[in-house]
Design a protein around this ligand. Structure first.
Ligand code: GSH
Length: 226
């Protein structure tokens, strides 16, 4: 009996913090039920179940009765079981550094898109903060086989998939944001071309909304720069 015999992901009907988990499950070829909560009352009822939703939040993934919350913890659990966490202790640490760096950038992104002055805050983020952070990722990637593969070398890890998902969100808003970062640009294509990820994207199974459309107008729209 394995935790992966029956996997159920529960989240809102959004990409949001669940999309990197979906991508990892897809890439690893793990079958899962994708439960998308769209009714507020239903969520408020589920939120009370703190045995399963320990912090009253989603995403939550039920691995055959083992309920895990916190998106990064969920990815780390899948990664450690399915070979997406590096081959040596040093690689493992590098994977964690890239994942934690991705979370830092994701927090800046979320703060901008969900701020009251969403569009101008997001413009400022995409013009100023994001490129500064992306430069660090470009350099880290260059250190692994000259950027010819993934952040820790030839094999993709959960950090690659997590970072890819964030790049996808950034380029949705600002299609040219990766122009100064040639390695990141090719990296994004490399991950998108992974067979199971490609299949998932082509199947049009992704939730339509990147972010909560009731809390921000930003998500699928491009930001228009002057
Ligand atoms: N650190 C948590 C954050 C989870 C989180 O903020 N979840 C939000 C949606 S992205 C949520 O459940 N909001 C509804 C609520 O708090 O009632 C993670 O990474 O999973």
């Amino acid at each position: 009996m394995s935790e992966f015999d029956k996997v159920t992901l529960t989240y809102f009907g959004l990409q949001g913090r669940a999309e990197a988990i979906r991508l990892l499950l897809e890439d690893a070829g793990i079958q899962y039920d994708d439960v998308r909560i769209t009714d507020k009352e239903q969520w408020l009822e589920l939120k009370k179940d703190t045995d399963r939703f320990r912090f009253g939040q989603m995403p939550m993934v039920d691995f055959n009765g083992f309920c895990v919350v916190q998106s990064a913890t969920i990815m780390r659990f899948i990664a450690s079981r399915k070979g997406y966490y590096g081959a040596t202790p040093q690689e493992h640490v590098l994977v964690d550094m890239v994942a934690d760096g991705t979370e830092d950038l994701q927090k800046l992104y979320l703060r901008a898109v969900y701020s009251d002055d969403g569009e101008s805050a997001t413009k400022a983020f995409l013009k100023n903060e994001a490129p500064v952070k992306l430069e660090y990722f470009e350099k880290i990637l260059s250190k692994a086989n000259g950027g010819a593969a993934y952040f820790t070398g030839p094999k993709a890890t959960f950090a690659d998939i997590f970072f890819f998902d964030l790049l996808d969100r950034l380029t949705t808003l600002h299609p040219n944001i990766l122009d100064p970062f040639p390695l990141l640009k090719v990296f994004k294509t490399r991950v998108a071309e992974r067979p199971n990820i490609k299949k998932y994207h082509e199947a049009n199974k992704r939730p339509q909304f990147v972010n909560n459309p009731f809390a921000t107008k930003l998500g699928a729209e491009r930001i228009v720069f002057d």
